[in-house]
Design a binder for this molecule. Structure first.
Ligand SMILES: *Cc1c(COP(=O)(O)O)cnc(C)c1O
Length: 362
């Protein structure tokens, strides 16, 4: 079976010596390799304010704290995401307010978000689901008009672009995940990326018990609760090796995605997603809509290809029962969206086969 997701792990002959050296170096906690990884990641994104963490979820938690979201506040978010996005909002005691999605893209609808803004709204959580970028022109306008910060959950969107720049240069807060199945993995890991450096020193303290690493332990004074969210040298070493492959790996995702955009056009029962102005997806998963989805999945499976919606909508969990509301466009989207394999493991032959199988119908 051709899988929908697959971790990219660099060549053993390059990765293992680097890992072995760090593992026996006597310094395996957070040290120089983490700083080096931050520097390389910052160069890639084009933004110097990138802070490495143990997970993307940690980055979401810190972003919410920095945005000033507290108990009783509201955060407008999307049900069309993986679990960490909205569970993180509960970590600061805030209420999730479900925005509806655009039924053509599955991404949060700016007009729905606008209609839900209240005096309690402290942040807007955007998810660039599957690597597709939200309608940032409109969201930037809303953020400015109401003076509400945006947190971009870019766990699926490393290498996606808005206005020609990589995601991670637009909003006050952006988070990335380096978990096993993301575009780039360090086994577990994440980044919080800030638009400017004003909150950088607080972010650094929040990831390490509230301690200031620049000051000696004896002189340190903890002023607020911090967490144990630092990345360690081993994960960072994997990241440093991954950076050598990142552009090549991303290019395969993107090249395959564009191939599907061009070759799955005008097929009966298939509706492709139109991307928003000034955005370029990095196709973590290839996303489209199909008629008779269950039959489509079975047909693909019988041809050795995985096709799946992959994520379960977040708003049906009991923990969010107080947030329940009707989301008519989400219903429309949720009933027929599908993902097909698109990543670095898909060869030209595979993608050609996938297109031909879909063309034959189901
Ligand atoms: C993977 C993921 C995260 C972060 O997950 P971690 O496993 O904590 O790195 C956040 N949001 C989304 C949408 C994700 O898919």
């Amino acid at each position: 079976m051709i899988p929908l997701v697959k971790p990219f792990i660099p060549d053993k002959r390059i990765l293992m010596p680097a890992l072995e050296e760090i593992l026996y170096s006597g310094y395996i906690a957070e040290g120089q390799p983490v700083r080096d990884f931050e520097t390389e990641f910052s160069h890639f994104i084009g933004n110097n304010n990138c802070l490495a963490l143990h997970a993307g979820t940690d980055a979401l938690h810190i972003a919410l704290i920095l945005a000033g979201v507290r108990q009783g506040d509201e955060v407008i978010s999307t049900p069309m995401t993986a679990e960490p996005t909205n569970i993180a909002i509960t970590m600061v005691g805030a209420k999730v307010v479900w925005g509806d999605v655009d039924p053509n893209t599955g991404l949060l609808d700016p007009e729905s978000v606008r209609s839900l803004i209240s005096p309690k709204t402290k942040a807007i959580m955007l998810v660039h689901y599957a690597g597709m970028v939200c309608d940032m022109n409109k969201f930037n306008e809303i953020s400015k008009e109401y003076n509400i910060p945006i947190i971009e959950d870019a766990a699926h969107a490393l290498g996606s672009k808005f206005n020609g720049n990589y995601i991670g240069n637009n909003s006050q807060y952006t988070i990335f995940s380096l978990q096993a199945i993301k575009h780039m993995t360090t086994i577990d890991g994440g980044f919080i990326v800030l638009k400017d450096d004003r909150q950088m020193s607080r972010a650094r303290r929040l990831k390490w018990f509230g301690l200031d690493k620049k000051v000696s332990r004896l002189e340190n004074d903890i002023k607020e609760t911090g967490y144990k969210y630092a990345m360690n040298n081993l994960n960072a070493t994997i990241g440093l090796v991954q950076m050598k492959y990142l552009r090549r790996v991303l290019n395969i995702y993107i090249d395959n995605g564009i191939y599907y955009d061009n070759n799955l056009k005008n097929i009966n029962g298939v509706e492709l997603v139109k991307y928003y102005p000034n955005t370029e997806p990095s196709y973590w998963l290839y996303t489209m809509k199909v008629e008779h989805r269950d039959d489509f999945i079975k047909m693909m499976e019988s041809n050795g290809i995985t096709a799946s919606p992959l994520h379960h909508r977040s708003d049906t969990h009991s923990i969010f029962k107080d947030s329940k509301r009707e989301l008519p466009n989400m219903e429309k989207w949720y009933s027929n969206f599908i993902h097909i394999p698109c990543g670095w493991w898909i060869s030209d032959e595979d993608r050609n086969k996938i297109v031909n199988v879909i063309k034959k119908g189901w």
